[in-house]
Write a protein that binds this ligand. Structure first.
Ligand code: BES
Ligand code: MN
Ligand code: ZN
Length: 504
């Protein structure tokens, strides 16, 4: 078995004289000619632009073009890889996400290269590290080592930024925090990419316990017997159709800081979603291995909070179950009792995520957190509304908008969505307090959010992030995102924790 992807070695360099195989430079498109990023030294700019122009580089985002390094340019590199940054911004400040994606594009072109350097770090050091690490990410756990794969990029030397220059120690700290962030995203990707026969609730819980404890978290795992005896009717109901019983995992980062805010995180951990008795069609069902993407993101984030020593208390509550059809599975028409006593008519067993999340939200609120964020691959309707790359953010108005804005800034691009008041009556039930689905599919992402809202305690600032599309890339690689698990929304959650740590 291979081990987790650890990324290239990152070093800081004062200039571009270092002898490397490849120097990665950013390329801007222009009306008449391309230009290159500010880190390319004056003497090399003209020759590098000429060489890239000669092979047709346009500077558009997503482009990667490699040329021999021009002689007499003073560069230590053997070759130059130009990666597109799009049009040069009028204010000269390239957005972090643009740099992150370009670094990712470069990393995907650098398999098999031993030593590279880059000037992209002059634009944004942290984004360059994150993009390089995540673009080079690979998941080889289930591949025989004899498979014809090149070794990953060995090292990336980062031109130390001169604009906004801090001390070298600050630059090193920036690199390390970015590396830890990318590693957390990679952890979430690994968990999502692990196939459903290898990652079932008990195994998922065990891994969470192991990696959580290693990071210094307090971890508790509750088994199916505990859940049944303590009123977790949603997790038990969804999990009862599988021979592999459900779990609930709680992971705590205790900051030790006086007066620190308490943030509760909740993530959907359906290790595989067949739909249950309301079974899904076969086409694309294999992608339902990603239905624990919310859980993976939340586990990775609380670990990251501990590694970064964030001055905020974080408690992750993670329900895990496998949604299977069997003679012991719950039926459409069953009435279950969620933690806290709310009864629910299960009209559609494929709307299982909200059932396990409701129990977890109630449990999370028992701790009286200041903020509560849940994330889930909850509805196909999220993709109908927003496409495959844009998370839907719902919740209490002010915090929802804050989370969406932070998600935009983090480059994960969450978008605020409403709870139209007429939706609540649509989940009234003939026999129980609530039904788990409405009578039609319009606004299905919002209906799921309205369902969850019923289980959030009054006074808690709450955000719900639906990542049904964004958590898993079933298309071609782009930017720093390969096929499979993406690790979204780890960077959004980190941005929110950092913002709460700074502003309260
Ligand atoms: N896990 C799915 C949602 C999903 C769909 C995630 C596609 C990723 C890609 C969820 O459990 C589900 O099945 N939702 C149903 C809800 C419906 C029955 C109200 C859906 O979206 O069809
Ligand atoms: Mn489902
Ligand atoms: Zn699901």
């Amino acid at each position: 078995m291979s081990t987790a992807f650890t990324g290239p070695e990152f070093t800081l360099i004062p200039d571009t004289s270092a002898a490397v195989d490849v120097l990665v430079v950013g390329v801007f498109s222009g009306d008449d000619a391309i230009t290159v990023d500010a880190g390319v030294p004056d003497g090399a700019r003209g020759p590098v632009i000429d060489a890239l122009t000669l092979v047709g580089a346009t500077g558009k985002a997503g482009e990667a073009v490699r040329v021999p390094a021009p002689s007499l340019s003073g560069l230590g590199a053997a070759t130059v890889l130009g990666v597109g940054l799009g049009a040069a911004p009028a204010d000269g400040r390239v957005p972090a996400e643009t740099v992150r994606r370009a670094a990712g594009v470069a990393a995907r072109a650098l398999d098999g290269v031993a030593a590279a350097a880059t000037t992209l770090s002059e634009e944004d050091l942290a984004a360059t590290v994150e993009g390089t690490f995540l673009g080079g990410y690979r998941f080889a756990e289930f591949r025989n080592s004899s498979a014809p794969k090149q070794p990953p990029l060995g090292s990336m030397a980062l031109l130390a930024p001169t604009a906004n220059a801090g001390t070298e120690a600050q630059a090193r700290d920036t690199v390390e925090q970015a590396r830890l962030t990318a590693a957390a995203v990679a952890l979430a990707r690994d968990l999502v990419n692990t196939p459903p026969n290898a990652l079932y609730p008990a195994e998922f819980a065990e891994r969470a316990q192991r990696i959580g404890s290693e990071a210094g978290l307090q971890v508790e795992v509750f088994d199916e017997r505990y859940l049944a005896e303590n009123g977790y009717g949603g997790i038990v109901g969804v999990g009862q159709g599988s021979s592999r019983p459900p779990r609930l995992v709680r992971l705590k980062h205790v900051s030790g800081v006086d007066g620190a805010k308490h943030v509760a995180l909740v993530g959907k951990g359906i290790t595989f979603d067949t739909g249950g008795i309301s079974i899904k069609p076969a086409a694309g069902m294999e992608n339902m291995t990603s239905d624990m993407g919310g859980a993976a993101a939340v586990i990775a984030t609380v670990i990251l909070a501990a590694q970064l020593g964030l001055p905020v208390d974080v408690t992750a509550t993670v329900p895990m179950a496998e949604n299977m059809p069997s003679s012991t599975a719950q039926r459409p028409g069953d009435v279950i009792t969620q933690l806290g006593g709310t009864t629910v008519e299960v009209i559609n067993t494929d709307a299982e995520g909200r059932l396990i999340l409701a129990d977890a939200l109630v449990r999370a609120c028992q701790d009286r957190p200041d903020y509560l964020i849940d994330t889930a691959t909850l509805t196909g309707a999220q993709m109908v509304a927003l496409g495959t790359r844009t998370p839907g953010v719902m919740g209490t108005d002010a915090f929802r908008d804050r989370v969406a804005a932070l998600s935009q800034a983090a480059g994960e691009n969450g978008w605020a969505m409403p709870f139209p008041e007429e939706l609540r009556a649509e989940i009234d039930s003939r026999v129980a307090d609530l039904a788990n689905v409405g009578p039609h599919r319009w606004g299905g992402m919002l209906t799921a959010g309205v369902y969850l809202k019923e289980f959030v305690a009054d006074g808690v600032q709450w955000a719900h992030i639906d990542v049904a599309g964004p958590a898993f890339n079933s298309g071609a690689p782009w930017g720093y995102t390969g096929k499979g698990g993406t690790g979204v929304p780890v960077r959004t959650l980190l941005a929110v924790l950092r913002d709460i740590a700074a502003q309260g």
